[in-house]
Design a protein around this ligand. Structure first.
Ligand code: AMP
Ligand code: MN
Ligand code: MN
Length: 339
C-alpha cells in the first residue's frame, strides 16, 4: 500500500529532473557543495540539510553543511544529530570561488539563509528546496511544495531520484524534520503519506526513541526557569483570542540559558484552551525581538508575519522587530482586529 504524497503534484517533473541533474553532476565531478539550513535552524532545516550532506558525502561529493549565522548555536536537542558536529557557521563558510553548488533547505527567501546568501550575490549555482507557501523564492532550480508537511520529504524525494541509500544516519536526520514540523504527527499536515514516510524512516533504522527524547522530553533547568518566567506573565486578549508573552534581553542575559531555550514557549501558549493565536517575543542576541507565532484557528499568522516583514505558514510563522514590547503587541492586536 502506498499513498501518493500531495506534494508530488506540486513539483514539476522538469524542475525535479533539473535538480537531480545538478546533484548528479556534483557527485560525479566531486564538486564542492554547500548545503545551507535556514538561520536559527529547526529540526526540518537542520535535519534536511544534514541528511542531504551525509548522502552526498557518502556518494562522493565534497559537501559542507552550514548555517549562515554568527555565533553558531545549535539547539542542544539538535546538536546530537548525525553530522551536526560538521556544521559550519558564518565564519566557516568556504569562499564563493571554491563553491560549485549551493543547496538551500527550508528557506523561502534569501535572508533566511543569513550569510550564505552571499553565494547568491556571487552567482553560485543554487538549488532551493522548500515547502513554504510564501516567500520571494531564489535560485536557478526551485523545488517548492507547500503541500509537503516538511522539507525533509522533498530531500528524500531527491535521494530517491538519485538512487542514494537512506542509511540509518540519513533516516534519523530526515525523521527529525518530519517529527518536528508535523508537531509529532499532530498537525493537519499529517496524512497517510506522512505516516508512510515515517514508517519508511523507521524501517531504514532511524533512531527515533533517542531523537524524540532529546527533541521533546529533555530540558535544562535554565530552560525550565525561562519557560516558567514567560508563562508567569502570560496575557490573554479575549476579543482576538490572543495569548502572548515575552522574555526581556536582561532576563536572558542574567540566565544561564540561551535563545534556543525559548523555542518551546510558543507551543505551550498555543495549548491555552481559549487561544486562537499565540505570540512570544524572544530576545535575540542582536538586541531585536524574534517573534514566534502560532494559530490554532482561522487567523493566518503567515499573513500577519509577512505584513511585519517576516514569513512562515498559516499556522506557524515569525518575524524580527525592534521597539517596545507593549507597542509591538499593540500593533499585532490591531492587525488581528482589522482582519
Ligand atoms: P518559529 O516560531 O521560530 O518556530 O518559526 C515558525 C515558522 O515561521 C518557521 O517555520 C518559519 O517558516 C517562519 N519564520 C520564523 N521566523 C521567520 C522570519 N524572520 N522570516 C521568515 N519566516 C520566519
Ligand atoms: Mn524551518
Ligand atoms: Mn519546514
Amino acid at each position: 500500500m502506498s499513498t501518493l504524497a500531495p506534494w508530488r503534484d506540486e513539483v514539476e517533473d522538469r524542475e525535479l529532473a533539473r535538480a537531480t541533474a545538478q546533484l548528479r553532476r556534483a557527485i560525479d565531478d566531486h564538486q564542492r557543495v554547500v548545503v545551507a539550513a535556514h538561520v536559527a535552524p529547526d529540526g526540518d532545516a537542520l535535519g534536511g540539510a544534514l541528511a542531504l550532506h551525509l548522502a552526498l558525502t557518502d556518494a562522493g561529493a565534497r559537501s559542507v553543511p552550514v548555517v549562515g549565522e554568527d555565533p553558531l548555536v545549535l539547539p542542544s536537542s539538535l546538536a546530537a544529530l548525525p553530522g551536526a558536529d560538521q556544521v559550519r557557521g558564518q565564519a566557516g563558510l568556504p569562499p564563493a570561488s571554491e563553491v560549485d553548488l549551493l543547496v538551500s533547505i527550508d528557506a523561502a527567501s534569501p535572508d533566511r539563509i543569513g550569510a550564505a546568501s552571499d553565494y547568491l550575490d556571487a552567482q553560485v549555482p543554487t538549488l532551493m528546496v522548500d515547502h513554504h507557501a510564501r516567500g520571494t523564492g531564489f535560485g536557478d532550480v526551485r523545488l517548492v511544495a507547500p503541500g509537503a508537511a516538511a522539507t525533509v520529504q522533498l530531500v528524500a524525494g531527491l535521494l530517491d531520484e538519485l538512487e542514494l541509500p537512506v542509511t540509518p544516519s540519513v533516516a534519523t536526520c530526515l525523521y527529525a524534520g518530519l517529527v518536528t514540523d508535523t508537531g509529532r504527527f499532530g498537525h493537519a499536515s499529517t496524512d497517510a503519506s506522512v505516516m508512510e514516510f515515517g514508517a519508511r524512516l523507521l524501517a531504514a533504522g532511524a533512531d527515533h526513541v533517542e531523537l524524540t527524547r532529546r527533541l521533546f522530553d529533555e530540558r535544562s533547568i535554565e530552560e525550565l526557569q525561562l519557560v516558567g518566567r514567560a508563562l508567569a506573565r502570560l496575557t490573554y486578549v479575549p476579543d482576538v483570542a490572543l495569548v502572548h508573552t515575552h522574555l526581556t534581553h536582561q532576563e536572558l542575559d542574567a540566565s544561564e540559558g540561551e535563545l534556543a531555550d525559548t523555542e518551546g514557549i510558543v507551543d505551550l501558549l498555543r495549548s491555552a484552551e481559549d487561544a486562537e493565536v499565540a505570540v512570544v517575543l524572544k530576545p535575540a542576541p542582536d538586541g531585536t525581538w524574534r517573534v514566534s507565532m502560532r494559530s490554532t484557528g482561522q487567523a493566518d499568522v503567515g499573513a500577519l508575519a509577512t505584513a511585519f516583514g517576516g514569513g512562515g505558514h498559516a499556522a506557524a510563522a515569525g518575524f524580527s522587530a525592534t521597539g517596545e514590547q507593549d507597542e509591538l503587541i499593540g500593533r499585532i492586536v490591531a492587525w488581528l482586529r482589522a482582519r
